[in-house]
Structure formats: C-alpha cells, structure tokens
Design a protein around this ligand. Structure first.
Ligand code: TNX
Length: 559
C-alpha cells in the first residue's frame, strides 16, 4: 500500500516536473569527443532556462545564433532571445576571434554567469554550438539545463569530413535533402558529396541542355530486387524527379549556413545512360537509349571520340560551377567499361590521333578516359576549382592536381598520397552505408548486392591514414567520407536508418584524435541517439541491442 502511494507520488512529480522547471544536467562527453574537457573547480554552474539570451557579437554570428536558438527550442521547448548587447548574466555569447591556425577550432568557457563559445572562424563557433547542443540530454523536454563550469578546447583531425548522398538511383525532394544536411551538421560533417547524375536518372537542371531533365530525369520503371542479367522483373512504374536551379541554390545556401559545402558530382564518362537517353548522339552507337531501369554498370558511356561530348561537358560544368561555389567539383571517373570504345571507329580514331597505345600507364582505352577527364579538369582548373575523382582516375594517368577518392579499398588513397596527390578515404569495406549493418541479413532491408556487413563497431575501428606513409605523404590524406548509394533506399526515413548511428562512428573517425575506446564511445553514442529521438530521426538499434523499428515503406516530412 505504502509502495503504491510512493509510486503514485513519483508519477505525479514526473508528470509535472518540467512545468516546475526541473533541471537536467549537461554532459560534455559528446560525439565526436572534444579534444580536451577541463572542469573548473569551485565555480557555480550555469543554468540554461527560458530567460537565457544568446549574444551574437556581430553579423557573422547571426545565423549561428539563430541555429542555436532553434536547437534549444526543439530540445527544451523554449526559444532564447537573440541580442547584440551583452546582458549582466545568463547568456551564451558567440564569437569568432579565437587565435588558432585551424579555422574550425573552437573553445568553450562555461562559468556561472555565461557560456562563451569562441571559434577560430564562424565555422569553429558552429562546432562549439554543436558540442553545447549535444551535451543537452535529448529527453530534456521543457527543463532547465545545468552546465558544470568547464573549458573545452577542440579542433578537427581532418579538414575534409564528408558524407556522400546518391539522389540519382532514388530521388529525394529538396526538403529531404535539408533533413540530411541537418543530420550532417549534428555530426560536424563539413562536406556533402552530392551524386546528382547516373544511369538511372539525371537530377540537376541544366538550362543549356534541357533534355537532361525533360527526358533524363524519368525512367519507365525500376528493377525489382538486386537485378543481374537474368532478372527481368520490373515494376513498370514511371519514376523520376529533379532539382531546379532555384532549388539547388536554396539547398546550397541552407548547407552553407550550417558550414557545409556541397560538392556536386557529375559522373564522367561512364554512368551516363540517362544523359545518352536525352542526347543519343553523345553515345558510341547513337542509341536509342533509355534511362536505365537496372542497377549495375552500363556499357553505354559517353563517346570519347565524338567532339560533341566535350562541348556537352563544358556546358554542364559551366552551369554546375555557377550553381555550386565549392572549391571541389567531383567528376566521377568510376566504372567506365571500354567495350563500346574498343569497337567504336570514332574512339579508335581518337586513340590514333592522340598517339595512345597500351603501356605502363594502362591500356589505350584507359588513357582515352584520362583524356576525357583531363579535358574536364582543365575546364574546372581554369575556373579556380579542384577536381575530385574516384580512384579509377589513377588508371591511364592522372592530372597533377586531381584529388583521389579511394573507394575500392585503401590502396588507391595510399598510391595517391605516395605520388603526392591529396586523397579522401572512403573504402567500401568500412564506409559504404548502403551495405547492410548486421550479419543477420534476413532481418535487414535489402542492402547493396556486394560487400560484407558494415557494423557501427567496424566504422569506428577505421584508421584513415594507411600504414607505412611518411609524414609528408600522410598529410595528403585530407579526409574521410562515408557513401550512401540509394539503389535500395527509396525514402529519407530509410536513408536515416542506413546512416544512423553509423554516422556517429564516422564523425569520431573524421574529427577525433583520441585513442579508440569502443565501450566509451558506445556510451556517448547512446546519448547522441537520444538527440536522434528528439529530432525525430529514424535509426538502427543494432549497437544498442534493442529491436529495430521497421524502416521500410515509411515516409517522413521535413521539420
Ligand atoms: C559502386 S562506388 C559504385 C556505385 C554503386 C555502388 C553500390 C562507385 C564509385 N561506384 O555506382 O551505386 O557501388 O554499392
């Protein structure tokens, strides 16, 4: 009886707790783990409550302040007022005058009167904001938050911290892409590699080539299941979509306010069947071609012997550089079969004209691919951009400034670094988030047709700098990225299931220098998952040993 009374009393307290402004305690052990967290002895704690203000010291801090106010509003149910004047106490002040060569570094000082977040640039301040935001428990409802006095100093290990997203195989509307960008911001990721074109759909409006979206953004149906030459089951449901230039500009702006650069990819000269369906004269056989309904590697690629493909590449890249201010532009280079070129009179004539023959750089056809890539590279270099290509660009000779994205394991990245090229590591066996995430494939939604499971622990265990590199060579490993190919990922809710919480493990690999400690990381990851809950993100539970929610066939609207 007594116990029941106590229970009833406890339930009553928890039901009213937040309206009585119950306090929860912030925990600075966040993902990714900050470099140093030093508790200050003998000081009173800071309490975040509905009277707390955010001080934006100048206009460069306004957007950061608005984002912080929004995070607090969503987590805690109240929206702090933003001001430019510093009140007597109870404020969070944002600055960007920290002296540090790493422009993404930040320092946080928590004292009883205020929290100061100071970045070495507005991006640095933003990462300090993320740390404060993630230190708030995800289930803190309408509660006040107690921050113990401390100094946190932090800076990322890698300057390129990427996440790739494939909008071609499945199309995700602009609001979904913004949700994805918010997910990246939560994980301190600063580059979104956006795969916008492929055999199965062209997704970016190009004014000078209107057929690319008129024809190339729509396929007549989609293969059911993994495919392969013997599978002829198609759903016969027309499928498509594309981003207008106005939408792209809006998304680029949305990302840049979150200090995320969007690196667009135009995949050349293979993975081009949607473009060939739009402009058949760009292919070796002249078509007709259809926007591909299968997954895999199409034999039909741009005809390297045809002068008109070079004008096509220029037209597309010209508008791409207008739309995307990114220093890096990705020009693909992967999986370009040479069967058409071997038989194509124009390609063979071009090979003769260029004097290409099989040698230590590769076959004549591989060198012909390098010729196409060099054309695109020169076009972009003249406009002050740097190119990134998949590791096949090492075959047949690579242009001097090209950055290699190592996906077929780590060897491409290692070879690139040894040859003095910058490299971004995205080896499939650790960082392909289209691979299933558990050995129990039966219980998983259909994943990529190749590759072993990629668990959270495996992602966390990844060390991006290959062994046996000199310090100079190691400095060429500029970053790390995970890729989400979407052949089997039709909705953003499903994409979240594939990304989360593996993105948490990726964030630690990209940002943190700390020695690996998986059990300690898991504790931090559980707390991050409480923020996934607060944000309404769908995520996989394998690492937490609880049941996965059904991720397939669900939709989610933008917040
Ligand atoms: C390989 S990674 C591809 C993609 C596929 C992916 C499926 C790369 C450069 N090419 O076209 O979507 O495998 O896992």
């Amino acid at each position: 009886m007594k116990f029941i009374h106590l229970l009833a009393a406890a339930m009553a307290i928890s039901a009213v707790s937040c309206s009585e402004r119950v306090k929860v305690t912030a925990d600075y052990q966040v993902v990714p783990l900050p470099q140093t967290i030093t508790e200050t002895a003998g000081e009173q704690a800071f309490v975040l409550n509905p009277d707390t203000r955010i001080v934006a010291t100048d206009s460069s801090m306004t957007s950061n302040a608005e984002l912080l106010a929004g995070y607090i509003a969503r987590m805690n149910g109240f929206t702090p007022e933003i001001t430019s004047d510093t009140p007597g106490d109870n404020y969070i002040i944002l600055n960007a005058n920290l002296d540090n060569v790493n422009k993404e570094a930040y320092e946080i000082n928590v004292s009883s009167s205020h929290i100061a977040i100071n970045g070495a640039s507005p991006a640095g301040t933003f990462y300090g904001i993320q740390t404060i935001r993630k230190s708030i428990p995800g289930n803190s409802g309408n509660c006040d938050v107690v921050f113990s006095p401390a100094t946190i100093s932090d800076a990322p290990r890698f300057s390129y911290r990427g996440a790739h997203f494939d909008s071609s195989r499945h199309f995700f509307d602009a609001d979904s892409i913004k949700i994805f960008i918010d997910m990246l911001a939560l994980h301190n990721i600063n580059h979104m590699h956006w795969h916008l074109t492929d055999d199965q759909g062209w997704r970016v409006e190009i004014n000078r080539r209107p057929e690319l979206t008129r024809t190339g953004s729509m396929r007549a149906g989609t293969i059911i299941g993994h495919g392969g030459p013997d599978n002829n089951s198609f759903d016969s449901i027309p499928y498509g979509g594309y981003y207008t230039q106005e939408q792209i500009r809006d998304i680029v702006d949305y990302a840049s306010r979150r200090h995320i650069t969007i690196v667009p990819e135009i995949d050349l000269p293979g993975h081009m069947q949607a473009a060939l369906a739009s402009y058949p004269e760009l292919g070796c056989t002249g078509g007709p071609y259809e926007v591909w309904q299968r997954w895999g590697i199409s034999d039909d690629v741009l005809c390297a012997g045809n002068d008109s493909i070079y004008a096509f590449i220029d037209d597309v890249l010209d508008e791409i550089t207008e739309l995307f201010p990114s220093e890096y532009i990705h020009i693909g280079g992967d999986e370009c079969p040479k069967v058409r070129w071997e038989k194509c009179p124009k390609c063979q004539a071009r090979i003769r004209q260029l004097g290409l023959r099989d040698n230590e750089h590769g076959t004549a056809e591989q060198q012909l691919q390098s010729h196409v890539m060099r054309h695109a590279t020169e076009f972009l270099t003249q406009r002050g951009r740097k190119v990134i290509g998949w590791d096949e660009i090492l075959e047949g000779g690579i242009t001097p400034d090209a950055i290699v994205m190592s996906w077929r394991g780590t060897e491409g990245g290692k070879a690139a670094a040894e040859a003095g090229h910058d490299a971004i590591m995205t080896p499939s066996q650790y960082l392909y988030f289209d691979f299933v995430q558990s050995d129990d494939r039966e219980s998983e939604p259909l994943g990529a047709s190749w590759g072993d499971p990629v668990t959270v622990e495996l992602v966390y265990s990844y060390e991006p700098v290959p062994e046996n590199l000199t310090p100079e060579q190691a400095a060429h490993i500029i970053g790390v990225q995970a890729n989400l190919w979407t052949e089997y990922v039709p909705t953003m809710r499903h994409a979240q299931y594939m990304e989360l919480p593996r993105l948490g493990a990726l964030a630690e690999v990209q940002w943190s220098n700390a020695a690996k400690d998986y059990p300690a990381f898991l504790q931090r990851l559980k707390r991050l998952a409480s923020i996934y809950d607060a944000e309404g993100y769908n995520y996989a539970r394998h690492a937490f040993e609880t049941k996965n929610e059904d991720c397939a066939n669900e939709t989610q609207t933008a917040q």
